[in-house]
Design a protein around this ligand. Structure first.
Ligand code: HEB
Ligand code: CA
Length: 350
């Protein structure tokens, strides 16, 4: 069995790896943890790095290619290589910030930009308690041209638009069910630009924990807005301080996805395993997996989830907007005490 366990010693004299191509990632990981993620925290930089993986990867369209139009290269680093162009696309609003924060790291390491973006997202997510260990590959080929505009979903798009865009990007793989799996990422997320009067408004009450509160809280009846009430792509949230995207609202109640959405409530294992699965495929869109090296072993195994699935204080099953007719909503405890307001996620250090 020696061949199964043989490891190479890395030139850094400290680490070993299953493939020499992974050795360089240890230094990238340590640099990111120390100098971007504040010593390994699930803060705004981690959230934005994870969002960036999606906005780079999803910009690929076989449907455009079929019309003879360049459809983007997927996870090819174009969002950073051509940041002057792509961060001006409307759905990429706010990503200029994390792209600029990542550029010095890209400059001082030797990864392709495409590999770096996906790796930074995986390391950022690993800082969130309860997250899965996300896949890390090296060997992606960098973009030579920017992706076209119009390929990244917007929060004001309908489920039809979002489902068909994700299916196109993935050659049919990301269907309604896998779209819900991808949206597990919104458990560690906030919005800065949907309502610019309240930057950092989180999508669930635990934006630093990879738990299932996002699925619970998106299914509560909406009653309030964190700031102003007339923003494109936003609908009423159930708890003060939370921001609810119209797209999350619509997909959580659409009859093609509502039961899948509810199935994540209090199912931590599912929230880990399904996102781990879809991130693997998202992170290599447009690339040839046969020319990539799997270096997932370099990604830290995240800490276990903190807390138990619950209704926010003051909420019960009576506040749930039941959208899945097939299965009863799980029984959950309510957080004790009076209803509280959820604090914003602090903005990245400039
Ligand atoms: Fe997401 C965030 C949308 C998917 C991840 N998002 C976000 C936002 C929005 C969205 C609007 C906010 C921004 C600002 O800042 O303002 N998304 C969306 C849509 C979709 C999505 C429409 C389709 C359905 N995401 C997604 C996915 C992922 C994500 C798939 C994975 C990767 N996001 C995310 C994150 C965040 C977001 C992580 C957070 C960021 C921060 O916090 O900053
Ligand atoms: Ca959460």
């Amino acid at each position: 069995f020696a061949a199964l366990t043989r490891r190479v010693s890395c030139p850094d004299g400290v680490n070993t790896a299953t493939n020499a191509a992974c050795c360089q990632l240890f230094a990238v990981r340590d640099d990111l943890q120390e100098n971007l993620f504040h010593g390994g925290l699930c803060t705004a930089e981690a959230h934005e790095s994870l969002r960036l993986t999606f906005h780079d990867a999803i910009a690929i369209s076989p449907a455009l290619e079929a019309q003879g139009i360049f459809g983007g290269g997927g996870a090819d680093g174009s969002i950073a290589i051509f940041s002057d162009i792509e961060t001006n696309f409307h759905p990429n609003i706010g990503l200029d910030e994390i792209v600029e924060l990542q550029k010095p790291f890209i400059a001082r390491h030797n990864l392709s930009v495409a590999d770096f973006i996906q790796f930074a997202g995986a390391i950022g997510a690993s800082n969130c308690a309860g997250a899965p260990q996300l896949a890390a590959f090296v060997g992606r080929i960098d973009a030579t041209q920017p992706a076209p505009d119009g390929l990244v979903p917007e929060p004001f798009h309908t489920p039809d638009q979002i489902f068909s865009r994700l299916a196109d990007a993935s050659q049919g793989e990301f269907d309604e069910i896998l779209t819900v799996w991808l949206l597990v990422a919104h458990t560690v997320a906030a919005a800065n630009d949907v309502d610019p009067t309240v930057p950092g408004s989180p999508f669930d009450s635990t934006p630093e924990i990879w738990d299932t509160q996002f699925f619970i809280e998106t299914l509560l009846n909406g009653t309030t807005f964190p700031g102003t009430s007339n923003n494109q792509g936003e609908v009423a949230a159930p708890v003060q301080g939370l921001l609810r995207l119209q797209s999350d609202f619509a997909i959580s109640r659409d009859n093609r996805s509502a039961c899948e959405w509810q199935s994540f409530v209090n199912n931590q294992e599912k929230a880990q395993a399904m996102f781990q699965f879809v991130f693997h495929d998202l992170s290599i869109l447009g690339q040839d997996i046969n020319s990539l090296v799997d270096c997932t072993e370099v990604v830290p195994v995240p800490a276990p989830v903190q807390g138990v699935a619950h209704f926010p204080a003051g909420k019960t099953i009576n506040d749930v907007d039941l959208a899945c007719g097939e299965t009863p909503f799980p029984t959950l405890p309510t957080d004790p005490g009076p209803a509280t307001s959820v604090a914003p996620v602090p903005l990245p250090n400039q």
